[in-house]
Ligand binder design. Sequence first.
Ligand code: DGY
Length: 321
Amino acid sequence: MSRPRILLTRKLPPEVEARAIRSYDADRNMDDRLYAREEMLARAAGKDGLLATVTDRIDAELISALPESMRIIATFSVGYDHIDIAAAAARNIVVTNTPDVLTDATAEIAMLLMLGAARGANAGAATIREGRWKNWAPTGMLGREISGKRLGILGLGRIGRAVARRARAFGMTIHYHNRSRLDAASEESAVFHPDIVSMFAVSDVLSIHCTSTPETRGLINRRSLALLPPGAILVNTARGDIVDDDALIEALASGHVAAAGLDVFNNEPNLHPGYLELPNAFLLPHLGSATFETRNAMGFRALDNLDAFFAGHTPPDRVGA
Ligand code: DGY
């Protein structure tokens, strides 16, 4: 029996590719180029499945041009805002993601950003690298402690809860806003706010963990930033489009937001150049899930979904319709 034909849109970790070629007739992206639309479609011809990533914009137009043979899109990511789920459903194409396996790695990056932003890691490291460090100074390069502060979590899901657990070890008190309140066991004594107004007002640190949806896009804007206590710190490991860049850059420049730790951006990798001018912006290039352990686990999870689908089962991480 011939094996299902799948297209890997990006180069994946070696163990993941090894498993992919054992189970599938897999078309790999050996030099890890970003395929332009025409090339993606040409390579998708005759394929049964797509193993895609967050760098692929799988919109309605692309989906409508995919070959008849295409039956599943397994994204190597927990987020699937880059895929038009409704358009896929309309074509009977199943979509899956990779939840759970990147929770700890992303929570670690959120803590790194929180600490890095609070303590001015960016400016401090630049002082050393550029040979500008003169001496230890009682009043030099002072940051803020996160210990004992209030952490507002926008989106207390899997990753938000993992961040909350780590933040509690720093003595932080946890506040959160979700569309609906969690049960007590999931809250782990975090304080629920039915709206962002009351939560932002108590967020010495605000960490964003919600998904990108039409409702959350641009939620961090001039109006909402003004609700934060002066000197607050903002962390984003979710999606860049939740933040209005001009508004955040303005708030960082004025000091109303003392510092930001950002791992995700609008229009990656071409982030707003204004961030580069700001010493109080601690910036990382979308590293949330970038560990050996997690990237393997994401690949295996995507393959588990493909395996289940081609064995005639509902894949465990099916999303949308
Ligand atoms: C995801 O999985 O959605 C991440 O953004 C990629 O690390």
